[in-house]
Design a protein around this ligand. Structure first.
Ligand SMILES: Nc1ncnc2c1ncn2[C@@H]1O[C@H](COP(=O)(O)OP(=O)(O)OP(=O)(O)O)[C@@H](O)[C@H]1O
Length: 255
């Protein structure tokens, strides 16, 4: 069964066809990269899936539910998580408190009648921090964290909602190559351990080719390729759209 089904999705801004008749599926437990040069329509796709932008045409289905017309919060409740930039309050709390707040927010959706106290979520918050390798920093003020560690905590916060599909739009933006690699390796491990699906965008082709189960490529709003790393790397149309961007897509660049 496919988790997410995107069917003939389109979105224009004035005369710009940002997303043009795009269809793809994500299967349960798949780690799928959405790539494409700048302005290809990746963020617009994400924003339609998470309910921030209404599509002009096409349908989005998740586990048998049509998502068109639903609010971001309803889509989040259906099990589609996303990594947010940290909230304005992030710096005023400890690391574990930030995850506790996310758990509290999630619990309030379901157990509205007997809202558990924040303290009761500490153990679960520590478990989530352990999954992202941040348990030792649990009681540190969040404002002291290095950038890469903030990203790990963001991931723990996203996992607090127990998503079955996680959307990650450029999760490694602003990171050094080693940090990028580590974060995506961590996400891949979580995909395998938790059986969730992840759709992510990433500008580092090394990272995409090393970790993605499957890659889809957008160019000027159109989906031009969908396949594994080798087929994408050898695809002449993909090579052409990346020509001159400094990314390597030549066959001889194969690892
Ligand atoms: N809110 C908007 N208003 C007008 N035009 C927009 C808007 N959002 C996106 N666009 C245009 O739609 C096209 C696709 O943009 P989008 O941000 O989805 O691409 P992207 O693949 O995410 O790019 P990048 O890799 O640079 O983030 C671009 O031409 C962009 O200028």
């Amino acid at each position: 069964m496919s988790d997410l089904s995107i069917r003939q999705l389109s979105k224009s801004f004035g005369g710009v066809r940002a997303v043009n008749d795009v269809s793809f599926e994500i299967k349960r437990g798949e780690f799928l990269a959405l790539i494409g040069p700048n302005g290809a329509g990746k963020s617009t796709c994400f924003n339609m899936i998470n309910g921030q932008l209404p599509p002009d045409a096409g349908e989005i289905w998740f586990e048998g539910n049509k998502l068109n017309g639903r609010k971001p919060r309803d889509i989040w409740r259906l099990g589609i998580g996303r990594t947010f930039q940290v909230a304005a309050t992030f710096n005023s709390m400890t690391v574990v408190e930030n995850v506790q707040m996310a758990l509290l927010s999630h619990a309030n959706q379901i157990y509205r009648l007997w809202q558990p106290a924040r303290a009761q979520h500490r153990e679960r918050a520590l478990e989530l921090l352990a999954q992202v390798g941040m348990q030792d920093a649990a009681d540190r003020p969040s404002r002291e964290l290095a950038y890469g560690d903030v990203k790990r905590v963001e991931l723990a916060i996203a996992l607090a909602n127990d998503p079955r599909l996680l959307l990650m739009d450029e999760p490694t933006a602003g990171m050094a190559p080693k940090e990028r690699n580590d974060l995506i390796a961590l996400v891949k491990r979580l995909v395998i351990e938790r059986g969730i699906s992840v759709l992510f965008t990433e500008h580092s082709m090394d990272v995409v080719f090393a970790f993605a189960d499957r890659i889809i490529v957008l160019a000027r709003g159109k989906l031009i390729a969908d396949g594994d790393a080798r087929s994408i790397r050898d695809n002449p149309q993909v090579q052409e759209v990346y020509f001159g961007t400094g990314k390597t897509f030549r066959a001889e660049a194969r690892a």
